[in-house]
Design a protein around this ligand. Structure first.
Ligand SMILES: C[S@@+](CC[C@H](N)C(=O)[O-])C[C@H]1O[C@@H](n2cnc3c(N)ncnc32)[C@H](O)[C@@H]1O
Length: 248
């Protein structure tokens, strides 16, 4: 065998090993609910994680999904956390009105600081409120986006009904979250990342693994959406996360 053949064989071997690792399923654990809302200390720690590449890539991905929907009018970020996605939305869709809602006022304080620092002259408003009881009139929102918040919702069926109620006719909703039945590889990666990069305040509340354990499986999400009033639905599970597109 010459050197090129050895290299090609090694590469093929490596690819097979990676595919096997990615494909190894894991036993799906019972869901373990995670606390709702973040306090200031945890929010600041989460904010550090938010600056890391995986979160930046995620936000890019969400924005590219939103672009496909050509948004206009009022956009609501549900469980907006520290406002990083809102900043991207402001930059991408400058003609829209943007509202961020979160159950935690402490998180929203950081979100307001972030938005003021990074995007001026924009009509962004924040509201404290819960996803289960949205403080908006019927049909008043054109697009709802929610990232990494679904696994915290106490009653996701109620939230989907609320989303439906406040969306305008033909209004759209994009929800992104982890999924609990993600591949073994992703659990390993998160455990490893927890040891190396996760701030102490997050480790103390068992994050980010806690969020993965609180997330829904793809089948649970499908059932949830089947019980909702939405008839036009797209559910796309990936290795470790899931994307939902719902149209009223
Ligand atoms: C993991 S953070 C994600 C924040 C942000 N969406 C992001 O992607 O960076 C989850 C957020 O959902 C909020 N949250 C949890 N339960 C909620 C509820 N029932 N209603 C509204 N917000 C909620 C939390 O306070 C937290 O800010």
């Amino acid at each position: 065998m010459n050197t090129i053949q050895i290299l090609v064989l090694s590469l093929v071997g490596l690819i097979i090993i990676i595919l096997l690792i990615l494909a190894v399923p894991r036993k799906v654990n019972e869901r373990v609910p995670s606390i709702e809302g973040l306090d200031r200390k945890v929010a600041e720690a989460f904010e550090k994680m938010n600056k890391t590449p995986p979160f930046k890539i995620l936000r890019k991905r969400v924005i590219s999904e939103l672009k496909k929907l050509n948004p206009s009018g009022v956009i609501l970020d549900l469980g907006c956390g520290t406002g990083n996605l809102i900043i991207k939305i402001v930059k991408a869709f400058s003609e829209t009105e943007i509202i961020g809602i979160d159950i935690s006022s402490e998180v929203l304080d950081i979100a307001k600081e972030n938005v003021e620092k990074q995007v001026s002259n924009q009509d962004v408003t924040f509201k404290v409120g819960t996803a289960e009881d949205l403080p908006f009139p019927n049909e008043s929102i054109d697009l709802i986006v929610s990232s990494l918040s679904l696994h915290h919702w106490l009653d996701p069926n109620k939230v989907l009904k609320e989303i439906y109620r406040v969306l305008s006719q033909n209004g759209k909703c994009i929800i992104f979250d982890f999924r609990r039945n993600s591949r073994r590889f992703f659990y390993g990666l998160l455990k490893f990342a927890t040891k190396i990069v996760v701030p102490k305040a997050l480790k103390e509340i068992k994050e980010p693994l806690g969020s993965l354990m609180a997330a829904y499986t793809a089948n649970e999400v499908i059932k949830m959406v089947e019980q909702s009033p939405f008839k036009t639905v797209e559910i796309t599970p990936y290795l470790a996360w899931i994307f939902l597109k719902l149209i009223k």
